[in-house]
Design a protein around this ligand. Structure first.
Ligand SMILES: Cc1ncc(COP(=O)(O)O)c(C=O)c1O
Length: 403
């Protein structure tokens, strides 16, 4: 064996250093705790990285999704197409608006929504159902990119808004059909893209999220939604008062408190400085996993990654034929855990969750089911070493050989 026995390796965790702690401490010693100059600076730095026209930070990825759906005016009677494989938040935010979900199937090998899955869903819809679709929300699962360009062509054809859940995909880029590299978050194809900065994500802010867009009108709406629908800019007041007193502000729409704080954004800025090194490290670990897992067993294989090396993985997922191996996933997870290797399953198909099953009935989405049956997320985070990867793969190999 070449890998050292490690301390417990969780499937994901943050990487923080003294610079991060110092950045937060500096804000704590300053005048602003909630939305102040550090929030603006974070938004500016993120905007430079993703290359969108606008960035709005907020309290979580879920808040970002909710605001994005509100910004396109989603309401009762509307429908949004959401892939069956994602974290529940992608779907839940549709429900917050009182709208309904159409679950799309996904590629059984990658868990990603494809244009053909969307087309199949469309073919099965009644004209009334099709008419009620307002938006589609592909998910850049694990950091890989769904068929965004092809899905955007479908969205354009029907006049739908394209809201891409990129919570897993900060740091990924991909070629478009003309061979131009696009950065996840640049909104070249999407009306809005969504990010999360939860500790297991590529950068950590404790809690945090962001929406990127190139549409000024959407951005203005998002600004209102983030803070109670209140407009403080006198140039934008609609004004029912004849004289505006100095304390005047206007609530123009019903909004929320989804603001981000300077404390969180100080951490976010410090983490963004490290993002290039995080990307490099994650790619190196993924490469090591791929190398070691190749040929390990015909029943264990990594989920394929886009070939051009521009993906930053949030999750490292393998597909295991548990039946062929003669072990249940529960026992496999337990055997890994006994060897200090954490693992997770991303995700149970959302449509199979009790809330959704009760609302929409039992759906047959074969791709999502086949994906779910075989997946396991292995440890992937920046504080891991190549040796840790070797150790994890050795444990898998050992478990498989012992069966
Ligand atoms: C794909 C996806 N969308 C949305 C979210 C919600 O983000 P947050 O936890 O920041 O609310 C998550 C978080 O895990 C996610 O994985």
């Amino acid at each position: 064996m070449t890998g050292k026995t490690p301390k417990y390796l969780s499937y994901g965790r943050q990487f923080l250093d003294e610079d991060d702690i110092q950045a937060v401490t500096d804000v704590l010693r300053g005048d602003w705790l909630t939305t102040g100059p550090t929030v603006q600076l974070f938004e500016h730095k993120l905007q430079q990285f993703v290359k969108s026209d606008y960035v709005l930070s907020c309290s979580s990825g879920t808040a970002a999704l909710h605001m994005a759906y509100m910004a396109v005016g989603l309401k009762a009677g509307d429908r949004v197409i959401v892939p069956a494989i994602s974290f529940v938040a992608t779907a839940n935010a549709v429900e917050y608006c009182g709208a309904d979900i159409l679950f799309s199937d996904v590629d059984p090998e990658t868990g990603l929504m494809r244009a053909q899955d969307v087309q199949k869903l469309i073919d099965d819809l009644s004209p009334d159902e099709l008419d009620s679709v307002v938006a589609i929300s592909p998910v850049n699962l694990m950091g890989e990119v769904a068929e965004i360009e092809a899905i955007s062509n479908i969205a354009k054809q029907y006049g739908w808004k394209l809201i891409v859940d990129s919570c897993h995909a900060l740091g990924t880029s991909y070629p478009d059909s003309h061979g131009h590299m696009r950065t996840v978050g640049d909104c070249h194809f999407a009306h809005m893209e969504i990010f999360s900065f939860h500790p297991v994500k590529t950068i950590a802010m404790g809690e945090g999220g962001a929406i990127t867009t190139n549409d000024n009108a959407l951005f203005e709406k998002l600004c209102l939604l983030r803070s109670h629908g209140v407009e403080r800019d006198s140039d934008k007041w609609e004004g029912t008062f004849e004289q505006k007193p100095p304390w005047y502000y206007e609530m123009q729409i019903l909004g929320y408190n989804y603001r981000q704080s300077d404390i969180h954004c100080a951490l976010g800025i410090s983490q963004l400085h490290k993002l290039p090194s995080f990307m490099k490290k994650r790619r190196q670990l993924v490469e090591k996993y791929n190398q070691l897992l190749t040929g390990l067993s015909p029943h264990v294989k990594p989920v394929a990654s886009a070939a051009n090396g521009s993906v930053t993985r949030h999750l490292y997922v393998i597909l295991i034929d548990f039946e062929a191996l003669g072990i249940t996933r529960i026992n496999f997870v337990a055997a890994l855990s006994d060897r200090n290797v954490g693992s997770q399953v991303h995700y149970i198909p959302i449509n199979a969750q009790p809330y959704y099953r009760e609302k929409y009935g039992r759906l047959t989405l074969i791709g999502a089911e086949q994906y779910y049956e075989r997946i396991l997320s292995l440890p992937l985070h920046v504080s891991m070493s190549d040796n840790d990867v070797t150790y994890v793969v050795e444990q898998i190999s050992d478990i498989v050989r012992g069966l």
